[in-house]
Design a protein around this ligand. Structure first.
Ligand code: SAM
Length: 328
């Protein structure tokens, strides 16, 4: 078994330099998957011209966006400039979604700074022709702020719709056993108990997700180097609920390529971009790796392990970072 994870790429300029020659996309370029027609661009989500090139006159039924949250782990901007930037890719998204479509956005709330940018983002969205549907909270297993505050363990996920899109939630059950008893309700005049009424022995997914494991280095889906990878299960849940077979899914902040991989597994096509050529390359490699190995990630290895089995690590790296995902 290999044990050569990549360090966090946002904190490792030296390692980035070693990886860049192996990235097939230059900024502005788009890769089209010869097998299923997915597309991956090394493009700026906020540039309408680039995204229209990516879409090639097609429209998507579902958008899942996971932008940088404007929290400490990323380059911090003023709230106004962050929201102005968000408004750009939201307007572009609106123009490339079908009449009946769904939009999900992962976003953070900084409890030490007015809970920005979540409320600002929500207010900005009111000026756009989307209807609010849900605010999902996903529980992380690790958190921060345990000494002087409640441990911060949540991830926020906003769900909006345009028109009247599908919502296949009856197919989406959690792994949590249905054990609540004594919850009676009359069905066709007959008093039934909760467990009797059930179509499943487990409970349906609601708007608080406690059953999704945060990605960490020992998981098969782990993509080392990626500091903000979303759990495959969370993206799979969204795609199953809010799209149908052969639909087109878009994601403007690809990073480790979770949306592309989940689209592949669920029989959807995906058009996705990342502004960084390394994450665009990782996205493509994750798909190719899955097709050749049926593995969703690299666990103890990394996406460039065939070309670069080991690295000259930067001095700046804390070794434990290679085993951690940031709380973003
Ligand atoms: C929070 S991560 C997304 C994580 C992703 N959902 C996953 O599961 O791996 C945000 C990504 O957005 C990318 N990004 C930042 N600004 C961008 C922009 N203007 N256009 C496209 N991508 C951008 C970053 O390079 C980073 O990879």
């Amino acid at each position: 078994m290999r044990n050569s994870p990549l360090p966090r790429l946002d904190a490792s300029p030296g390692v980035r330099k070693q990886l860049l020659p192996y990235c097939r996309l230059q900024p502005g370029e788009i890769w089209t998957d010869p097998v299923r027609g997915h597309r991956v661009g090394c493009l700026d989500a906020a540039d309408p011209h680039s995204i229209h090139r990516l879409m090639n006159a097609e429209r998507a039924q579902l958008a899942i966006h996971d932008p940088p949250y404007n929290l400490a782990a990323f380059e911090f901007r003023s709230i106004k400039s962050f929201i102005d930037w968000c408004e750009k890719w939201i307007s572009i998204t609106e123009s490339v979604l079908t009449t009946d479509s769904s939009l999900y956005i992962w976003i953070g709330a900084d409890q030490n700074n007015g809970f920005q940018p979540l409320p600002d983002f929500m207010i900005m969205m009111r000026a756009h022709p989307f209807n609010t549907r849900s605010l999902v909270t996903m529980r992380n297993q690790r958190g921060y702020g345990t000494q002087k505050n409640w441990m911060a363990v949540r991830q926020e996920l906003l769900y909006y719709i345009k028109g009247n899109p599908c919502f296949n939630v009856s197919a989406e059950y959690t792994d949590i056993p249905k054990i609540l008893r004594g919850y009676y309700k009359k069905v066709n005049g007959k008093l039934t108990e909760n467990v009797q009424r059930s179509h499943s022995n487990t409970i349906r997914a609601g708007n608080v997700w406690v059953d999704v494991q945060q990605v960490f280095y020992r998981m098969e889906e782990n993509v080392s180097g990626c500091y903000a990878q979303k759990p495959f299960k969370s993206i799979e849940r969204i795609i199953k609920a809010s799209s149908n077979d052969s639909d087109l899914v878009i994601d403007f902040f690809s990073h480790s390529g979770t949306t592309l991989l989940a689209s592949e597994l669920l029989g959807r096509r995906c058009f996705t971009v990342d502004i960084d050529p390394i994450y665009a390359e990782i996205t493509i490699r994750r798909l190719e790796h899955f097709r050749s190995s049926f593995r969703k990630g690299w666990q103890n290895g990394h996406p460039f392990q065939d070309e670069i089995p080991s690295f000259d690590l930067d001095d700046s790296i804390d070794p434990k970072d290679s085993h951690q995902k940031a709380l973003i």
